[in-house]
Design a protein around this ligand. Structure first.
Ligand code: PAF
Length: 306
């Protein structure tokens, strides 16, 4: 399969490298200058769970590309730009493998092909230009964002990932939406709280403040139900607990962003919950508070668009 990985950050580089190991796949990484220059010079090095080097194609120009699959792994605030660039090319399908919700609608606006959504609990950190540390394996779930796109694209993506020995499940449109809301509950609880308290994911779960998990999960579940996705409170809280346990030793992506003074994905996580809740007349005060606190931090550092 011809695969464009748009966004050569931690997860994009890891999946790009793992997919590039399959001789039948041809992978093109789209990313930023220094990383792409290093990949072109010396290949993409993976360390950790496995150690290897691959040599995928690599470019900084995401326009006029064509492939069977465009896998979108950029930070959510770059989705609009990615979608515009990908919209100049031709793809059999596009799949968002990003944090938060709302990315799929943005891709659907710009691309004339089936849009798939995915979640993953694989862990990676980009350590240096051309190098990514593979911290842990988990699972990947993909499915069609729009039920009318149930034309086999998700199954083809499932086969392509399985050929790289990645643990992947293909869901239907209902199944993937439920998974995305479960993941959203986990991100809404873990990301801003660990970023504000400057603790690893597991430390948050063990502190007295961890009784925030339930109200956050309840608010997310109520918003999901109001949006037509059947998620109950216990399920959402269990999804959060599972992520905290599985990633106890990790710094969340938002904690890392705050530590490095970078813009976060708060708008597509707690911000998305608040906006959907408002549409349905639901109060989500804990999510609203967390969104406000992180946005205020970003604004203070002039990280937000004016
Ligand atoms: O954004 C993250 O860091 C991850 O999605 C998660 C699941 C919270 C684990 O750290």
């Amino acid at each position: 399969m011809d695969i464009v990985v748009f966004g050569a950050g931690s997860i994009g580089s890891l999946f790009g490298a793992l997919l590039a190991r399959v001789p039948e796949h041809s992978v093109t990484l789209v990313g930023r200058d220094r990383h792409i220059a290093a990949v072109r010079d010396s290949g993409l090095r993976v360390t950790g769970v496995d150690d290897f080097v691959v040599r995928p194609s690599a470019t900084t120009d995401g326009t006029d590309l064509s492939a069977d699959l465009a896998l979108v792994t950029v930070k959510s605030f770059d989705t609009e730009t990615a979608a515009r660039e990908l919209g100049t090319g031709a793809f059999r399908a596009v799949c968002s493998l990003q944090n938060g919700l709302g990315n799929e609608e943005t891709l659907a606006r710009h691309l004339n092909c089936p849009v798939l959504a995915g979640t993953t609990s694989y862990g990676a950190v980009r350590e240096a230009p051309g190098a990514v540390a593979w911290n842990g394996s988990g699972d990947i779930v993909v499915g069609p964002w729009d039920p009318r796109d149930a034309d086999g694209a998700a199954d083809e993506v499932g086969e392509a990932f399985a050929a790289a020995d990645l643990s992947i499940t293909v869901a239907d449109a209902d199944g993937i939406r439920r998974r995305l809301w479960h993941k959203l509950a986990a991100n809404a609880a873990v990301n801003p709280t660990t970023a504000l308290a400057r603790v690893e994911n597991g430390a948050f779960g063990n502190q007295p403040g961890s009784d925030l998990v339930e109200p956050i999960a309840r608010e997310v579940a109520a918003t999901a139900r109001a949006s037509g996705v059947d998620v109950d409170d216990e399920e959402a809280a269990a999804a959060v607990a599972e992520v905290i346990e599985a990633t106890a030793g990790n710094e969340s992506s938002m904690y890392r962003d705050v530590e490095r003074g970078r813009r976060t994905e708060i708008d597509v996580i707690n911000g998305y919950v608040v906006e959907q809740a408002r549409k349905h007349g639901i109060d989500v005060p804990v999510n609203e508070t967390l969104w406000t606190l992180i946005r205020t931090w970003e604004a203070g550092r002039e990280l937000r668009d004016p």
